[in-house]
Design a binder for this molecule. Structure first.
Ligand code: NAD
Length: 478
């Protein structure tokens, strides 16, 4: 029996239940909650593509949950289990995530029902071209209104194909590059986007560990170094988060769970090597640096300090929440913890850092990329050398005043003008830290809120309610 068979509600119902809970806490009119919860539009597209084996018909969706701010933004998922309800649930989460992180976008999500590994690269390109063309012709792909990004099963490669398809249909659109984000850097992308979600998870954990009063809730008191982490899903999000955390913060990745099972090493796994093995063999079985366990689900419930589910939704559910031994759950994947599991884990005192906050790094850097595409200029181009000259002046003045020469490493740091990647990382770190400051502040002002997820939802729906009230579409708070 799978974990989700224990659930009494769907993914979408779980997200809506969270909104209802936050509505009560925020003291919002329930009618406003109805306006917020309603999906603005969802399109289903069936389209034929000629492949090696003949013509095949594919089914895809684009769901716009909110369009109070445009463009509506969200990832495009390629997976065989994709369906309309999942796409709608994920688009709703995007609305709340953008609101929490102060990203001026509406929430959207796309999905294509496909097992990418069954097709050649050329076929995937043709399928992506066809899907993007269908979306663009109907106004569901456009720099001003609907802008996809990578998600499960897609990457910079698919985003480049989507941009190509859009450009061939609308060559006169001056802002054509901005029709999609997460593109390769040499095709209008921005440095730091590929790893942004994982980097954001690292920044979120670093920020959490800066606050002893928050850490007290977890029994984790000794800083990030040496904490034992179990990761589920070694894809874009999970790989980068685990790589940064293990290499830079000395977190010990003791288990990695993939589709075919899990690899476990209590002394710590080399995340880069496991990823190489996964790329070469398609799984984690036979990885030489750890012990293979066929039953990945059982490894999720092994003793550890931090559990990072970064594969897909509903992986921590009513079916396994009682067995989880982690002290802290960091929700890398969207909706990784179901509504019912959330309640069980709260009763058990297990702290969760919610998806709305910790995985907002992707859409944050997508926002930077979109802005860069509209300005047609890389960030820092105007001031980098000016900052460098000013740094030289500061360093020289300090040396003249003290009569001492600075250590060259320090001098170089003071003198150096910020690269575009420095600026992207700085903006990402700031967004993640600011969102946590808001969460903490909300919890201090409302002591009845006992968990970060409810606080994050309260902040998000309060901002959305304000937007709808400003438009005369809601009656505002009481
Ligand atoms: P991905 O396709 O790059 O990686 C997913 C990984 O999970 C793959 O390695 C896959 O083999 C593995 N996986 C799938 N099913 C599994 C299972 N049942 N057990 C164990 N492993 C399994 O996808 P991604 O972009 O890393 O996205 C992962 C999650 O993070 C999704 O929920 C996505 O919506 C969310 N997310 C992604 C981004 C982004 O920028 N890519 C941003 C925010 C949130």
């Amino acid at each position: 029996m799978s974990n989700t068979q224990h659930e009494s509600m769907s993914f979408l119902e779980g997200v809506e239940r969270m909104v209802d809970k936050a509505t009560l806490v925020a003291g919002l009119d329930p009618r406003t909650a109805c306006v917020i919860k309603a999906s603005s539009a969802v399109i289903q597209i069936k389209f034929p593509v000629r492949l090696r084996s003949g013509v095949e018909v594919f089914t895809g969706w684009w769901s716009i949950h909110s369009a109070h701010r445009l463009p509506s933004k969200g990832g495009l998922r390629y997976a065989p289990h994709v369906n309309q309800e999942e796409t709608e649930a994920l688009s709703a989460l995007m609305s709340y995530k953008c609101a929490l992180a102060d990203i001026p976008f509406g929430g959207a999500k796309g999905g294509l029902m496909i097992e990418p590994s069954k097709y050649t690269v050329e076929e995937l390109r043709d399928i992506t071209h066809a899907f993007a063309g269908e979306l663009a012709r109907r106004g569901f792909l456009n720099p001003a209104t609907n802008v996809p990004a990578p998600d499960m099963g897609t990457s910079a490669r698919e985003m480049a194909w989507i941009a190509d398809a859009y450009k061939s249909l609308f060559p006169e659109d001056l802002n054509q590059d901005a029709c999609v984000t997460g593109k390769p850097v040499n095709r209008g992308g921005i440095p730091g986007r590929t790893e942004a979600t994982g980097k954001g998870i690292q920044y979120a954990l670093q920020e959490f560990f800066r606050h002893p009063d928050e850490l007290e809730k977890t029994e984790l008191v000794d800083g990030l170094a040496g904490q034992r982490l179990i990761l589920q899903g070694l894809g874009n999000v999970g790989y980068h988060a685990a790589k940064f955390l293990s290499e830079e913060d000395k977190v010990k990745v003791i288990a990695i769970i993939e589709r075919d099972g899990a690899v476990v090493n209590p002394e710590g796994l080399n995340v880069h090597d496991v990823r190489q093995h996964l790329a070469q063999t398609g799984g984690v079985r036979d990885f030489p640096g750890g012990e293979f366990h066929e039953d990945g689900a059982a490894v999720m419930t092994m003793a550890c300090d931090i559990l990072l589910p970064a594969a897909l939704e509903s992986q921590v559910s009513a079916g396994n929440a009682m067995k989880i031994q982690a002290k802290l759950i960091v929700e890398g994947a969207n909706g990784a913890v179901t509504y019912e599991a959330d309640e069980i884990l709260q009763r058990r005192g297990i702290v969760m850092l919610p998806d709305l906050w910790v995985n907002a790094g992707g859409v944050t850097v997508s926002y930077f990329e979109w802005t860069r595409n509209l300005s047609h200029m890389r960030f820092g181009r105007l001031q980098r050398r000016f900052d460098e000259l000013r740094g030289i002046c500061y360093a020289t003045a300090l040396e003249e005043m003290t009569g001492k020469s600075m250590e060259s490493r320090l001098r170089n740091e003071i003198v150096r003008g910020a690269s575009e990647l420095d600026l992207v990382r700085s903006g990402l770190d700031d967004t993640i830290r600011s969102a946590f400051a808001e969460i903490r502040d909300t919890m201090k002002r409302n002591p009845e809120i006992g968990d970060y997820r409810t606080a994050a939802f309260v902040i998000a729906i309060t901002k959305l309610a304000q937007s709808y009230t400003d438009l005369g579409l809601a009656d505002g708070g009481e």
